[in-house]
Design a binder for this molecule. Structure first.
Ligand SMILES: CC(=O)N[C@H](C=O)[C@@H](O)[C@H](O)[C@H](O)COP(=O)(O)O
Length: 228
């Protein structure tokens, strides 16, 4: 196992992202957020966009999982080989990309994309953002070292669970077996849910919104205070 990946076992990864048009959408702000979560105990951070990746890698000493979201429908998380190459060139230690079985915009399969990156000489870990058991198994076969449940509930293949998709985690963990690097990502909103994800078989857990997205968190509290 790659040493960067081995170090993530039983650890929290924090996704630091702001969305188009939002007040915190600024690479410097995301770098500051990343430094803050590192000081809180994050073992790695996930950053979106090339300039965010550059500034976040400069601001933290933990590994940075880089993605580049392009578009909002279909395959949009680091969707093509060229997006992957750009994320790596921006300094990501770990590359994350769409790991679903949907057709990718450049027509390459996940396996072809990973093979091309290895031919380029990239030897860092690759994380596949999957949406189902079949996509997770296919991504592992394609050579992704880290399997994430990032897209479960967002592609129509599985229901969008309230918290993390624990049933999916347990199924993937069982099928991939010992030694698999299964990362729970998506709708982990409380420490108890993070612990439940570990219990379901996750090697590590990614939390985004509940730590780094103040508008959403504020909405949770505002609705509670209003009795909604
Ligand atoms: C579906 C999709 O586009 N997920 C994205 C992937 O990078 C992010 O928007 C999420 O915030 C991230 O996965 C962490 O999840 P959560 O914010 O639920 O803790």
């Amino acid at each position: 196992m790659h040493p960067l990946v081995a170090a993530l076992e039983g650890r929290l990864i924090v996704s630091c992202q702001a969305y188009p048009g939002e007040p915190m959408r600024d690479p410097r702000t995301m770098a500051q957020v990343a430094a803050a979560v590192e000081s809180g105990g994050a073992a790695a951070v996930r950053a979106q966009g090339l300039e965010d990746i550059r500034q976040v890698t400069a601001a933290v000493s933990v590994p940075v999982i880089g993605i580049w979201k392009d578009g909002a429908d279909g395959v949009f998380i680091t969707p093509t080989l060229e997006h992957c190459r750009a994320v790596i060139a921006a300094g990501a230690d770990i590359l994350a990309l769409d790991g679903t079985e949907r057709e990718r915009p450049d027509g390459r399969t996940l396996a072809e994309t990973i093979a091309a990156l290895r031919e380029d000489g990239f030897d860092g870990p690759i994380m596949a953002d999957c949406d189902s058991l079949p996509s997770a198994l296919a991504a592992a076969r394609a050579g992704a070292e880290i399997i994430g449940t990032t897209l479960a509930g967002y592609t129509g293949v599985r229901e969008k669970t309230d918290g993390p998709d624990l049933a999916l985690l347990a199924e993937i963990a069982e099928q991939l077996g010992e030694g698999a690097v299964l990362v729970a990502e998506g709708r982990v909103h409380t420490p108890a849910q993070a612990a439940a994800a570990r219990d379901a078989g996750a090697f590590a857990v990614v939390v985004g919104t509940a730590i780094t997205h103040p508008s959403t968190i504020t909405g949770w509290f505002a609705r509670a205070v209003a009795g909604a």
